[in-house]
Design a protein around this ligand. Sequence first.
Ligand SMILES: Cc1ncc(COP(=O)(O)O)c(C=O)c1O
Length: 396
Amino acid sequence: MKNMRLHTKAVHAGDRKKAPLAVPVTTPIVTASSYLYEDTAQLDRVFEEEMEGFAYARYDSPTTHALEELIASLENGHGALATSSGMGAVQIALQTAFTDRRHSIVAAGALYGATIRMLTSVFEPMGVDVRFVDICDLAAVEAAIEEARPGCVLMETISNPLLRVGQIDRVAEMARAAGAVLLVDSTFATPLMVRPMELGANLVVHSLTKYLAGHGDVLGGVVVSDEANYATLRALSRTCGPNLGPFEAYLAMRGIKTFALRMERQCANACRIASALAAHPRLEKVYFPADPKHPDAGTIRRLFPDGLYGAMVSFEIKDAGREQVFAFMDKLKLIVKGTSLGDVHSLILYPAMSSHRDLAPKQRLRMGIRDNLVRLSVGIEAAEDILEDLDQALGG
Ligand SMILES: Cc1ncc(COP(=O)(O)O)c(C=O)c1O
């Protein structure tokens, strides 16, 4: 329109230029919430999903879509949905699993605290039958599936915080035989080490906040889906709108470009630190998947590549309670004391205060989370510096 008045120009001038012919080398941040087409019939076809394109950002949007393609490809899944947090991913993945299936779940007893709380305080009150089982005990899993005939089985690849590892492929077979969806939270493992879809999982979730984005500056999650569940996942998302925004999607994509390199370094650091800590006189017990005495050592050897056992190390401090653990944490000079994991920096967390805070003390104890347990997320720093910091804070 020619001869626009100032108020109109302010809204329209210079806007809505066609993308330049040149292709940018990185994915641009596209913030538009809706999209224009040559004619309205085209937009109608995009709404109908008869034509590729974007209609409205709650349905799909370019930057977030690029991230979803990237993660689906890393996990060898059919498609993915990025969400505004890891818990958002868990929630919509569970809803996907329950669509057209029994509202019953067999879940690993060892899970991130907020996931347990979601099951018991959100899904259970809505009428979902929730049963927890030791996911590493296949006979118990089989019995629970037989009894509950669940619509969904839920486990973590490496459990939070005691680092147990269940046999995803065997659990997947049992779930499939019972007509249940296997949903795996693979946040601690990342697709560098284990790709649950290749082992038979139907849905995989990650907190993007952690290793994938990796820099402590973005909150996000993702659900990767097989072909059978993808349409339901997207339809739920279109209606419920848990989507990740374009800025966060951009940061996550930027982080993912180096995630494999970071993870290799973090895993190598964690191996060194775990073996040094195993001999530390102030420690009662060290939890690390590479430990030959780990209760799931056989599964770990079978499912994990050599040398890549994750970068989380949990340990119990001898004769310590909450007060002594806090004193130890406060003495740390390099290692960040906080909540979260998987960042470039090493970070220490006290599960009883943080990741599993919402559970009753008795429930924590039943899960093996004692008051002298801390969880270390090993970063990419020099391993010697991390060890020196731990040693001085332990009073060594
Ligand atoms: C294993 C696991 N899953 C899911 C989440 C939730 O992720 P977010 O904090 O991005 O919601 C966390 C957070 O710590 C986690 O450790």
